[in-house]
Unconditional design. Structure first.
Length: 135
């Protein structure tokens, strides 16, 4: 079974030697994903907008590796301020709510870049069209 890798726009991927996403078989792991703006785009402000951007990057990675947002089974959200939990949670619901993943939100002391308010990790299991995770 050959694994696949997906690379995004983060300058840290090459610098620190990792891929944005890795697929082995039908499992996709998305690395810690911060709200890095698309080239030419301004950095997004606010926890809600940053979570949406993190979700966009994760979705692009999953789709690039042959999956879909509905395949997401696990998310981990790292936030630097507990007061942002509702905004991050609301954005998470908008991005990942259709798949209803198991989710964890953790308040951390800091993230790599002091402007980041949230970072996420995502795992997906790609199913064929006959499989469903919903009863």
């Amino acid at each position: 079974m050959q694994d696949q890798r997906w690379h995004g726009i983060s300058p840290y991927e090459e610098r620190y030697g990792f891929a944005r996403g890795v697929r082995l078989g039908n499992v996709i792991h998305v690395a810690g994903t911060a709200p890095i703006a698309a080239e030419g785009s301004p950095t997004v402000d606010g926890a809600y907008a940053q979570m949406i951007r993190c979700g966009e990057i994760a979705q692009q990675t999953i789709e690039g590796l042959g999956g879909a947002i509905e395949d997401v089974v696990r998310t981990r959200m790292f936030i630097v301020d507990a007061d942002d939990a509702d905004d991050v949670g609301r954005a998470h619901g908008e991005v990942f709510g259709r798949s209803e993943p198991a989710a964890t939100m953790v308040v951390v002391a800091a993230l790599l870049d002091s402007t980041w308010l949230v970072e996420i990790e995502v795992e997906a299991i790609v199913r064929d069209s006959s499989e469903s995770i919903h009863n």
